[in-house]
Ligand binder design. Sequence first.
Ligand SMILES: *Cc1c(COP(=O)(O)O)cnc(C)c1O
Length: 343
Amino acid sequence: MEKKDLDWGSLGFAYMPTDYSYVSNYKDGKWDEGGLTEDHSVKLSECAGILQYCQQVFEGLKAYTQKNGDIVCFRPDLNADRMFNSAARLVMPSFPRDRFVDAVKQVIKGNAAWVPPYGSGATLYIRPYMFATGEVIGVQPADEYQFRILTTPVGPYYSGGVKPVKIVVPDYDRAAPRGTGNIKAGLNYAMSLYPSMLAHKEGYADNMFLDPQTNTYVEESGGANIIFAAKDGTLVVPVSHNDSILPSVTRRSLEYVAENILGMKVVRRPVRFDEIGDFVECGMCGTAAVISPVASVTKDGKETKFENGYTTVGPVMKELRQTLVDIQTGDREAPEGWICHVC
Ligand SMILES: *Cc1c(COP(=O)(O)O)cnc(C)c1O
């Protein structure tokens, strides 16, 4: 198979259609057979549920080429589980987990020529999503849905080397207590755009949201979970009283790597914002960057710096990040079931 003639190293993070998308429709209480399509557009009724009451959930994962030439993706079963749960919360039909993984494999295989070569740092980004196509005007769940997967090649997240970023605590919440913060839905992103835009305008890379009930505890950023390293090397993972933190696949994988491969101590507990100055490193974790090291967090004009990670990525985040990247690229043995072989 001949790869597409792209300058993989200089790709950014922007949509570029590939050869195929995957599509399956839900009607009369069941999903159709589904399959690949060359049509990258969606035609909808003006009254479709997604356009009126915002029933949409999504996922994000990456496919890449390992050293031996195999095309693989990382733990798609966890994305399948999460989308299953997200859909249930928005009263959408769940897409069967085994079919989800199969669809992800089909669409990667169909677009194998678009999966960046080993060592380029680029990946094929996979975006499964589901939305209400059925017509609704009275407020209620729709009765028809579409599940789609689009793929698009994306460049290395850090082209100039991993560099710590400054983030800021916004005057807005991303989730409500007992709301939808723990599911992956577009609606959670729509409301984070405004504080995110303000943060960028002030020169910050991202937001650190606090718990929406008391504004006292650390939750996460708009699209990544947060982890800390304590002075004694312990990895501290914030837990939400409100269950309003999205269960990141990357963060859960990093916890496992820390505990079982690197022999680190991992503590999961609520983390008060006023204690973060005691930590020596901080990172934001998600599929895109694996870990983005955080240099400092500013709240009400006061900057808290992480002493081991302010100018360059600190040793804990660096080792965690490299270990997980090596597992993903096949340069290090993966825990059972983590690497999903496609072709
Ligand atoms: C997708 C997402 C993450 C990261 O999850 P991964 O599975 O690691 O990519 C974290 N927080 C939010 C709010 C997200 O939507």
